[in-house]
Write a protein that binds this ligand. Structure first.
Ligand code: ATP
Length: 285
């Protein structure tokens, strides 16, 4: 039997850094939602008790470093399953982009193995396994719209956003979150109004949401990679209703209500950016 799972990318609607904890991790608060840009995961059970990963992207490892591999191992250990698994990953989400591609692949493996091996775990249980793999994995298990606290792994679901279009623009650089957080100087960051973002979600008010969307890591990433800040400027000049960076970047996210505007911004960025997409939200509850 083969199970297929979609692994959607996530974007931030808000990301705040609250402080540094004694264990070295930063305390964050972030609102995230899933978008209609997804990797494809194929899972096939085998009798050899070996985890095998094949991803079609040169920047993604095909061994125990792959988050999908880690998810399969954690799942097998948790439920004491002595079977093997062949995982095929078709990457559509840009790598090291702030879009949670690896975390979403891991979450899709947890959901898929739960079906393939008829384990019957609920989302809460899968999210708990996911938190041992990476802070964004629990959100990806839910895949709706949520606020993540702690280092992002404590998830509380929020209402679905009002409908809008998302423009993603990624310059030709990869950024690892691990390299950005150590450069955060608490006194120098600008905190977004996360309560305003949550109120906008509860009230399904797009204008309020677009105005309040923001990311405290922007100044850190922009000072290291000025081209990322330039993309934000370009999107705003072209009339985006809101613009923020996703995760630690480098992908910039433009929020717009109307397709004609999305198309104009897309056309304006294509020559300037490596990868540009216009996508819809996934959470249509
Ligand atoms: P982070 O902010 O944690 O770096 P990201 O969302 O910006 O995450 P990802 O595309 O998840 O970026 O990749 C981050 C790193 O994880 C890359 O170095 C990549 O090689 C590694 N990685 C491991 N497994 C995967 C996977 N299944 N898909 C993509 N990258 C993976």
């Amino acid at each position: 039997m083969i199970v297929f799972e979609r692994a959607p990318a996530k974007i931030n609607l808000s990301l705040d850094v609250l402080g540094k904890r004694d264990d070295g991790f930063h305390e964050v608060e972030m609102v995230m939602t899933s978008i209609d840009l997804a990797d494809r995961i194929e899972l096939m059970s085998s009798d050899d008790n070996v985890i095998h990963v094949a991803a079609d992207n040169q920047y993604v490892p095909n061994d125990e470093r792959n988050l999908a591999y880690k998810a399969a191992l954690a799942f097998k250990n948790k439920y004491q399953i002595n079977k093997g698994i062949r995982i095929k990953i078709t990457k559509n989400i840009p790598v090291s982009a702030g879009l949670g591609g690896g975390s979403s692949d891991a979450a899709a493996v947890l959901r898929g193995l739960n079906k393939l091996w008829s384990v019957g775990a609920d989302k809460r249980e899968l999210a708990l396994i996911g938190s041992s793999i990476g802070s964004d994995v629990p959100f990806c298990v839910y895949g709706t719209t949520a606020i993540g606290t702690g280092h992002g792994e404590k998830i509380q679901e929020l209402p679905a956003p009002p409908p809008f279009l998302v423009i993603l623009a990624k310059p030709n650089i990869g950024i690892s979150t691990r390299n950005i957080f150590p450069k955060v100087i608490m006194e120098e960051i600008t905190h977004p109004d996360i309560n305003e973002v949550m109120t906008a979600l509860w009230e399904k008010d797009f204008s309020r949401l677009a105005a309040a969307a923001g990311n405290a890591l922007e100044s850190v990433t922009f000072s290291l990679f000025p081209s990322v800040g330039l993309i934000k400027e370009k999107m705003l000049k072209a009339g985006a209703d809101g613009v923020l960076m996703s995760g630690s970047g480098p992908t910039m996210v433009g929020l717009v209500q109307h397709y004609s505007k999305a198309k104009r911004i897309y056309n304006g960025l294509r020559g300037f950016c490596d990868e540009v997409f216009v996508v819809q939200l996934l959470d249509r509850r």
